[in-house]
Every structure is written in C-alpha cells, then in structure tokens.
Design a protein around this ligand. Structure first.
Ligand code: 14H
Length: 253
C-alpha cells in the first residue's frame, strides 16, 4: 500500500465517482489491451538481439522519428523462485523503487486514481550527454485470470500523462514512455494441495517492453549505448532484488 503521506493529491471530483471510474479509466484500458496483443508478437523479424545472459534476452528495433532515437525494446527473462504477482508488485509499489532503481534521482506519487493506478513524477539521473530528464506517468497494476486452473497473468503499465502538479519547467526535458511488464507463473510438478507449493517449484516468465522517446535530440550512438547497458542492468538488478526480498516470505500468488 502507498503511505498516505506520499500522496500529494489523493482524491478529486474526477476520481471518486461511484462507478469506480476515473478520468483515465478508458486510456488505461486501451493501453493495457494493446500490450496484451503486442506481447504475443514475436521478435524474429527486424529485431536485433543486443544482450543475452542465461535466460535473459534483450531485443531492440532501431527506429528514429525526426532524427530522434525511439528504438522499441523487448526483453524476455525467466526467474526461478518467484511468482508473476511478486515481480509486478515490487515493480509497481512506490516503497521499493529506490532500492532497485539506479537511474533515478527521485520518485514520488502525485495522485492516486484508484487502488491499482497512481501517477508518478520522477527525476532521472543525467546519464547521457544532454539535459536531465523527468517523467510523469500513470502506473497501473492488473491481474488477468484465464481460468480457475491456470495461473493468472500479471502486468504493470507505465504510460506518460500530463499533470497540473508536474508542469514541464525548462530546461527540464520530459521523457515520453509506454512501458509494460507482463508476467506468467509456471508451477512444475504441482502438488495435489496448493498449500504444498514450494519456491523451488515455481518460476516467472517475464516480458518487458519499452517505447521511450527522449523528448529531444540526444546523439544516437550515445543513447543506444546507454540503452544497451542500462536495460540488461535493470533486469538483472530488479529481478535479483525480488528474489532476495521474497526468499523467506510466504509465496504471493
Ligand atoms: O521501467 C523502469 N523503471 C520504471 C520505474 O522507475 C519507470 C519507467 C519509465 C521510464 C521513463 C519514463 C516513464 C517511465 O518505466 C526501468 C527502466 C530502466 C531504465 C533503463 C535506462 C534506459 C535509458 C534509455 C532511455 C532513453 C531516454 C533518453
């Protein structure tokens, strides 16, 4: 749960309608459905494998818009001993972020739209030969169940949105992003009683996709170098962090 003290603006008339909808409900739904379609598309055509380390594979497609690098990125990984819910929960929750994120100066929640959707404002570390970046995005966590027998799919989507509490202040440049983390849990040799499932019998199949526009020109080679280094680093550090955090805790399905 988000500590209330970190929420600057908790509710407004837009958010607290009785039907549970808020002003971004339809956008969230549309982008979630797009990601669920996109995650099925394979990477055999036009994607370059830029990093591989054990189960982890990172692919990208080189794309420029008006001379700005906006390379789509797609990563696959399999992590032993954790569930999709655990991976998504630690990625979405504010309270763990600065423990695994190495590319941020700060993060804060500026609005909670519903229990599963918050708006973050983040200051990114200045890592490339350009101005510092910030970002403002809604972040939504969801569980999609397919049947009573199958494990559900969990996902988190981060999607850029403007916000009155986060005006763009020049010379600050804003990143524009559409990022999704999509996870499935695999249980090997499931015991008859679900209570007997052990961490050694579970693994999480993770897909992470990112469309990030740097919001202004950055030298192509520098940006591609940073991406090639930082995405694998993030995946490795973040997933190890979740394994470490959950090791001696009850399994969160
Ligand atoms: O997904 C990651 N982090 C989350 C949580 O902090 C935020 C992220 C995001 C990024 C940008 C805008 C909105 C939301 O989803 C992990 C990110 C790993 C960072 C790798 C660094 C990539 C560097 C290339 C970026 C190009 C932009 C100049």
């Amino acid at each position: 749960a988000v500590p209330v003290s970190t929420i600057v603006s908790k509710s407004n008339d837009d958010n607290s309608e009785s039907n549970g909808k808020h002003r971004l409900t339809d956008d969230v739904e549309r982008i979630v459905q797009e990601h669920l379609q996109y995650v099925r598309e394979d990477v055999s055509n036009g994607w370059d494998l830029i990093h591989q380390d054990g189960e982890m594979k990172v692919y990208r497609r080189e794309v420029e818009e008006n001379g700005i690098v906006v390379d789509p990125l797609k990563c696959f990984h399999t992590i032993k001993g954790v569930t999709g819910h655990e991976i998504c929960r630690y990625f979405w929750e504010f309270q763990y972020r600065m423990e695994w994120e190495t590319t941020l100066d700060s993060t804060k929640i500026i609005e909670a739209l519903d229990p599963d959707t918050v708006i973050f404002f983040q200051l990114h570390k200045r890592v490339w030969p350009a101005a510092q970046r910030d970002s403002c995005f809604w972040s939504h966590i969801r569980c999609i169940s397919h049947s009573d027998e199958d494990q559900p799919t969990w996902l988190v989507v981060n999607y850029t949105t403007p916000h009155p509490l986060a005006p763009i202040k020049s010379p600050q440049v804003r990143l524009v992003a559409n990022v999704a983390l999509i996870c499935e849990t695999i249980i090997s040799e499931p015991p008859l009683d679900p209570k007997d499932i052990k961490r050694e019998n579970i693994q999480c199949k993770l897909t992470y996709v990112a469309f990030v526009n740097p919001g202004g020109w950055v030298p192509s080679a520098a940006l591609r170098g940073v991406a090639k280094r930082e995405y694998p680093r993030f995946l490795k550090r973040f997933t190890s962090y979740v394994v470490e955090q959950t090791r001696n805790k009850p399994i969160l399905f």
